[in-house]
Design a protein around this ligand. Structure first.
Ligand SMILES: C[S@@+](CC[C@H](N)C(=O)[O-])C[C@H]1O[C@@H](n2cnc3c(N)ncnc32)[C@H](O)[C@@H]1O
Length: 354
C-alpha cells in the first residue's frame, strides 16, 4: 500500500512517516517507475511499534537502538522507559507540591523571600537525591553469582548471618490475603518476594540492577519485575498492600533512607504494611559499642564491611514512621540485623517533606 493508506490505518500523517524514514527507522521499498513508497505488513508493524514508543516519549535514538538490536527484548526496553517516566513524573509532582507550598506562604501576611528560597533549596535537594544515587557496589555484575555468594560466609564477619531466618520472618509477619499486592524493593534474585508467591500474593519486584531482575525473572516468572530505585519507585500512588525489603536499604545514605520511606509511603495503601529486614544498629550507642568491640578484637574485616555501606540507626527510621502515622514494632536478629514492621494507620504523610 502507499503512504496515504498506511498513514490512515495507523492514525498518523504521511509527514510523520516520512520523518521516521529520514531518521532511518524505516526503509520502505519504492516503486521502480514512480518512486512511490510501498508499505508491506512488516513495515506497518514496525511503524506501529515506532508510533507506540514515541507515544510513551521514547527518544528517536533509543528507538533506533531498540529496533537495530537483533536480540531485541521489548519488555526490557519498556521497563527502562517506564522507570525514566516515573522519575520525570515524580520530579513534576515535587515541583507542583513546592508551588502549592510557595503559594500558601505568599498568601500569609508575614511571608519572607527567605521562606520561598528555603522551599526552592529543599526541592533542589530532593531532585539531586533522586537522580544522583549511584550503585558503588556494581550489583549489575552480581546477578548470576548472588545466590552462591550468600552461602559463603566471611572469614571473621558474616553479613548474611541469619539471612534465611530474617526473610522467613518478614514473610510470616506481613499479613496479606490471596490476590493482594506486595512490593519487594531491591528484590535482587527474588529470595524474599518469592516467599509471598506461595500464598497467592501478587509480587512486584523493583531493583536498579537489570541483571538482578533478569535472574529473578528466570527463577520466578510470576514476579512482575520493574526497573527502578528506592527514591523513584515505578509504582503509582497507593497501589500496594505491603512493601518488603531485605538487605537493600543500607545502600542509601541516612537522609536518602528517609526519602525512601517517603516513597514507600506514597505507594502504600492506607492500612498497608511495611516490613524491612536490614543491616542496622538499634541506636547510636549500640553502633559505638559494636564497632568498638570489632576494633578491640582487631576485626578489620568487620570494620571495613560496615564502613563501606550505610548501616542505619534503627531509631531514626522508627521515628520517621511514627511521625508519619505508622504503628511500629522492631525485632533484632543480631547486633547488625533488625526487622522493622510498620502499619500505616492514617494518610498523614507527604512525599516531599520527609
Ligand atoms: C544485597 S542485595 C539484596 C537482594 C535481596 N533483597 C535479598 O535479600 O537477597 C541488594 C539489592 O538491592 C538493590 N539495590 C541497592 N540499592 C538500590 C536502590 N537504591 N534502589 C533499588 N535497588 C537497590 C541491588 O541492586 C541489589 O539487587
Amino acid at each position: 500500500m502507499h503512504i496515504q493508506e498506511a498513514a490512515k490505518i495507523l492514525h498518523t500523517t504521511p509527514k510523520a512517516i516520512r520523518y521516521y524514514e529520514k531518521q532511518d527507522l524505516i526503509s520502505p521499498q519504492k516503486e521502480a517507475d514512480n518512486a512511490y513508497r510501498i508499505f508491506t505488513e512488516a513495515d506497518l508493524m514496525r511503524l506501529s511499534t515506532i508510533l507506540a514508543l514515541r507515544e510513551i516519549d521514547m527518544s528517536i535514538n533509543d528507538i533506533r537502538q531498540l529496533l537495530a538490536d537483533e536480540t531485541m527484548d521489548m519488555t526490557q526496553y519498556l521497563n527502562i522507559q517506564r522507570s525514566a517516566l516515573f522519575e520525570r513524573w515524580l520530579a513534576l509532582k515535587d515541583m507542583i507540591q513546592t508551588i502549592d507550598q510557595m503559594i500558601d506562604r505568599t498568601e500569609a501576611e508575614d511571608y519572607t523571600v527567605a521562606d520561598i528560597h528555603e522551599l526552592a533549596v529543599h526541592l533542589k535537594d530532593i531532585k539531586n537525591k533522586r537522580v544522583n544515587w549511584q550503585d558503588r557496589w556494581n550489583f549489575n555484575e552480581q546477578g548470576k553469582d548472588y545466590d552462591n555468594h550468600i552461602k559463603l560466609h566471611g572469614h571473621r564477619f558474616n553479613v548474611h548471618q541469619d539471612y534465611h531466618q530474617a526473610l522467613q520472618m518478614v514473610a510470616d509477619t506481613v499479613q496479606l490475603e490471596p490476590g493482594q499486592t506486595c512490593l519487594d524493593i531491591g528484590i535482587g534474585t527474588g529470595n524474599l518476594g518469592s516467599l509471598f508467591l506461595e500464598k497467592d500474593i501478587r509480587v512486584i519486584g523493583v531493583d536498579q540492577a537489570e541483571n538482578m531482575l533478569e535472574v529473578c525473572k528466570q527463577k520466578h516468572p510470576e514476579i512482575d519485575v520493574r526497573k527502578g530505585h528506592f527514591l523513584a519507585l515505578p509504582v503509582l500512588d497507593q497501589q500496594v498492600d505491603a512493601i518488603v525489603s531485605s538487605y537493600a536499604l543500607h545502600h542509601l545514605t541516612d537522609s536518602d533512607k528517609l526519602l525512601a520511606l517517603a516513597e514507600m509511603d506514597r505507594t502504600l495503601k492506607i492500612d498497608g504494611q511495611i516490613c524491612i529486614a536490614d543491616l542496622m544498629f538499634a541506636n547510636e550507642n549500640r553502633r559505638s559499642h559494636v564497632i568498638n568491640h570489632f576494633r578491640d578484637t582487631g576485626n578489620h574485616e568487620a570494620i571495613d564491611a560496615i564502613e563501606d555501606e550505610y548501616y542505619a540507626n534503627r531509631q531514626d527510621l522508627v521515628q520517621w514512621l511514627i511521625e508519619h502515622g505508622y504503628q511500629v514494632q522492631t525485632y533484632a536478629l543480631n547486633d547488625i540485623l533488625s526487622i522493622i514492621y510498620a502499619v500505616k494507620r492514617a494518610d498523614l504523610s507527604s512525599s516531599l517533606f520527609c
